[in-house]
Design a protein around this ligand. Sequence first.
Ligand code: GDP
Ligand code: GDP
Length: 436
Amino acid sequence: MSLPTLAIVGRPNVGKSTIFNRILGERVSIVEDTPGVTRDRIYGRGEWLGQEFAVIDTGGIDLGDEPFLSQIKDQAEIAIDEADVILFLTSIEGGVTDADQQVAQILYRADKPVVLAVNKVDNPERRQDIYDFYSLGFGDPLPLSGVHGIGLGDVLDAVLAAFPKAGTEDEDDSIKFSFIGRPNVGKSSLVNAMLGENRVIVSPIEGTTRDAIDTKFTANGQEFTMIDTAGIRKRGKVYESTEKYAVMRALRAVDRSDVVLVVLNAEEGIREQDKKVAGYAHEAGRGIILVVNKWDLVPDKDNHTLQEFTDHIRQEFAYLDYAPIVFVSAKTKQRLGNLPAMIGTVSENQNRRIQSAVLNDVLVDALAVTPTPTINGKRLRIYYMTQVAVLPPTFVVFVNDPDLLHFSYERFLINQLRKTFDFSGTPIHLIARKRK
Ligand code: GDP
Ligand code: GDP
């Protein structure tokens, strides 16, 4: 489930964010609907030849008012820490500079594959100038034009070839989850309380990246792996405290998790930042549980408090209507014992497969309850439904014209599935295909 990761490094202005956005491609527009995620993005997912991977634009990690050279050195260090492959980006404008040499020095010491590209090669005549870049010592420099999109395919071919082969990482059957949330909502307290409660730590295992320490434990006979999100226990560097870096770590943890526990602070209510990571987890198709922590601090609770809070959350996170909500306290341990079972249920639901015959009974009933809409005199016809994937459960409906399946009817169909089967905690994807 863990995605291979590409990090882009290079001095300012060579075109890192241009290339980053090109690699993200049309996926950007999918996520654009999720409030807050797209602004100043430095982390996202790309795909090339069917291989999905994570991409980091290290140039977007603002390290405060450090001098220019130490900023790009730190960015290169982050790339080495986080990535499986590094795209070292330079520019034909200005040729090989001192700053390029500095970046190269740091990358030499790393035990990570480096793909060297020369950007801004907008026309073929300039191609002969790229030979200067052999002096950086990373083999063939690949010409690129970020504005025209030329050369990106060759660069991504080289990146894919350098990714570690799938299956080298330990495959295990444990359910992977993480606690995600703003600083101070109580993530580390929850981690410690949960591990203390279960008293069954098997062993801390090394994660894929150098600093991530995942912890395995067993509860109710099920094995779990808790993905470390903080990971910020290595060098006490400035960049570790920057918000963008913290957000990036959280998004990476989401990508490595089956189930994401989004932690909210009962005392402070819901903030914009809470929605960012939850939105990303939703887009990524991960299981989600909303954990309202510090419930002990809510004063004068009566019969209505819990319902009011629930209504408020449902309103703020409208697109997460499938996510269970649990009110806990890391301090008093209230309801913490429920978490492993809840995570287990969500995991089961993410992996649920429904037979086509059963699905089509549901479809027939649904069509009887709410007939398909007519758009511009043309009626949507749905012939057949089948499940094509799990994690998240993904269904294909065969129709007369996919453009006629609008959001509201799609939502209706998904709700019918949810009414009939237990898909709580997991997003459902529905795809319309034209029946030939
Ligand atoms: P970063 O600082 O490395 O992230 O660089 P940006 O992506 O912000 O790009 C810096 C400038 O170079 C912007 O004005 C881009 O439009 C421009 N740029 C990026 N790629 C190309 C390219 O392939 N050719 C040309 N001519 N300009 C480019
Ligand atoms: P993190 O930054 O999200 O990892 O948050 P921490 O686990 O460090 O917690 C931040 C602060 O909130 C600490 O002072 C904790 O003791 C406190 N805290 C965490 N959970 C609870 C809780 O359930 N109830 C109360 N009263 N305090 C809590």
